[in-house]
Design a protein around this ligand. Structure first.
Ligand SMILES: [Zn+2]
Length: 507
């Protein structure tokens, strides 16, 4: 028995003006064939696939196809879309006969002229495999699920957690669903209910008993314990995705019981809709957040700058928080902030350690939402922003954000990297020789995921409202392609649809 595994991973933020290109995928780490099995057996969904398949009594041959990952950023170009399809087709052509396929997706990849990349790519894969070969795909909780995706896969298996601490485990669950279809003869039947709502990420914390998302996670996990349910998930979508099918979704796949799938999906969708207001976060201005951090002496204050969250595909060079940090002394451990700033890294590397540097920082990659700030600083030191990430976003995930420097302006340390990446991760600061938990204030460019590691180790967490590409008040930004009506843009009543027997539907 031969089972193919592959990955296409990128979360698109359509407000980010920087296009995602083939080079971004190559910089993150394209792997082909056996490289995938050799390098990723302990990493994220592919690691979950590999571990599970190795434990099957049938001992299938694991066929590595292609891994195409890029860090969250702007829309992929049309050429990049064509390249992705070409890579996948070539991998499938070269693989020979497959008995099943496991495909790790993000689920919110948009390209120029292709708003539903995963739907189109799954169609390509289905054409290659033929109708009889089981295809199971996994997806991120922030995926934008579409009827096209559902139609092309036998089952779609989603993360249950945000922060995403079950990424590898989702690979394990995906492989288990494939096994039930392939070996045990389960007949997957799926209901997809699109809910006409989009919510910010701050309060969608599935690990916090005070969040409604915690209850929904437990419900989905209980549903998956039923022998007649193959998989169930809630995808709250990432909001900064201006596409025609934008919306939250519940998806339930049963073993040959369409009525059950429809009933459970509709019931959960109705409850998610009824709780939509519970997702709205309390936000403070950058001025207020930084002022309150300066007043706090109880320990680390983390300010979540969601609008510039690099984990949400923002460019990572907003200056709203930096500008405020520079106004205060930070005698209790200093202030820490990050910037994606390749030009500054190059300039600082030319100057060398301990050299003074005068520079305009930030507001370049995204010149619309923030302005550069003039800073006189010292080049403290250079480092390679390369480390292995575990926690939110997975386990054993190799990250390389290129060359990097630490600038110091008063008590503010500014960690500048060449490339985008997880600009909240303790591993980034540790790679810079900095213990982030000893700081007085830290700007986390992440709306919720940072909580997985910082919640227990900080005295105070505040959610900042600043302009940017991944704002929590996204309904105040211009969208041109989203559906109507959609909450919170419009207020209206909605009820989960009764689906036609035998097929999924979207509404
Ligand atoms: Zn996500």
């Amino acid at each position: 028995m031969r089972i193919g595994i592959m990955q296409l991973w990128q979360e698109t933020n359509t407000f980010n003006p920087l296009p995602t290109t083939r080079r971004d995928f190559e910089a993150f780490g394209v792997l082909r064939g056996k490289e995938i099995i050799d390098q990723l057996s302990g990493t994220n969904e592919l690691g979950g696939f590999i571990r599970s398949l190795r434990a099957w009594p049938e001992q299938p041959e694991i066929v590595g196809l292609v891994r195409l990952p890029a860090w969250p950023s702007g829309r992929a170009t049309a050429e990049t879309f064509a390249w992705i399809v070409d890579e996948i087709e070539r991998a499938l052509d070269g693989a020979g006969r497959l008995d099943g396929l496991l495909f790790a997706l993000h689920g919110a990849l948009a390209a120029d002229e292709h708003p539903d990349v995963e739907g189109e790519v799954l169609s390509v894969v289905r054409r290659h495999l033929g109708a009889g070969v089981p295809l199971v795909a996994t997806f991120d909780l922030h995926a934008n699920l579409t009827p096209q995706m559902v139609a092309q896969a036998d089952a779609l298996v989603g993360f249950h957690t945000a922060p995403h601490v079950d990424v590898l485990e989702t690979g394990v669950r995906g492989a288990a669903v494939l096994r039930r279809i392939l070996i045990e003869g389960a007949k997957p039947t799926t209901a997809l209910v699109k809910i006409p709502m989009v919510v910010p990420a701050e309060r969608a914390n599935t690990q916090d008993p005070a969040s409604i998302s915690y209850e929904f996670r437990r419900r989905l996990q209980a549903l998956e314990q039923r022998p007649d349910v193959l998989t169930a998930a809630l995808a709250t979508v990432q909001p900064w995705l201006d596409v025609p099918e934008l919306g939250t979704a519940v998806i339930v796949t049963t073993d040959n019981n369409q009525a059950l799938a429809e009933h459970e999906a509709a019931a959960l969708a109705g409850d998610v809709w009824n709780h939509r207001r519970d997702y709205l976060p309390e936000l403070v201005s950058a001025q207020e957040g930084v002022r309150r951090a300066a007043e706090c002496t109880a320990g680390l204050v983390v300010l979540s700058d969601a609008a510039d969250a690099t984990t949400s595909g923002a460019p990572g060079d907003s200056t709203w928080c930096l500008r405020e940090l520079l106004k205060y002394p930070w005698p209790h451990g200093g202030a820490l902030v990050t910037l994606v700033a390749p030009e500054i890294v190059a300039q600082a590397l030319r100057l060398g350690p301990n050299a003074p540097i005068s520079a305009l920082l930030g507001g370049r990659r995204d010149a619309l939402h923030s302005q550069p700030v003039s800073v006189d600083a010292i080049v403290q030191h250079a480092f390679e922003a390369s480390f292995v990430l575990s926690g939110h976003l997975g386990v054993n995930l190799a990250i390389d954000m290129g060359r990097a420097v630490v600038l110091r302006a008063g008590d503010v340390r500014i960690v500048c990297t060449e490339r985008s990446g997880p600009h909240f991760a303790p591993e980034l600061f540790q790679a810079a020789g900095i213990d982030p938990f000893q700081a007085q204030v830290l700007i986390a460019k992440s709306p919720c995921g940072f909580r997985a590691v910082y919640a227990a180790r900080s005295a105070l967490i505040l959610n900042v409202r600043a302009p940017g590409c991944a704002p929590s008040d996204f309904q105040n930004y211009p969208y041109h392609h989203r559906p109507h009506p959609l909450w919170p843009w419009e207020e209206f009543s909605w009820e989960a649809p009764r689906l036609e027997p035998g097929r999924g539907a979207s509404q």
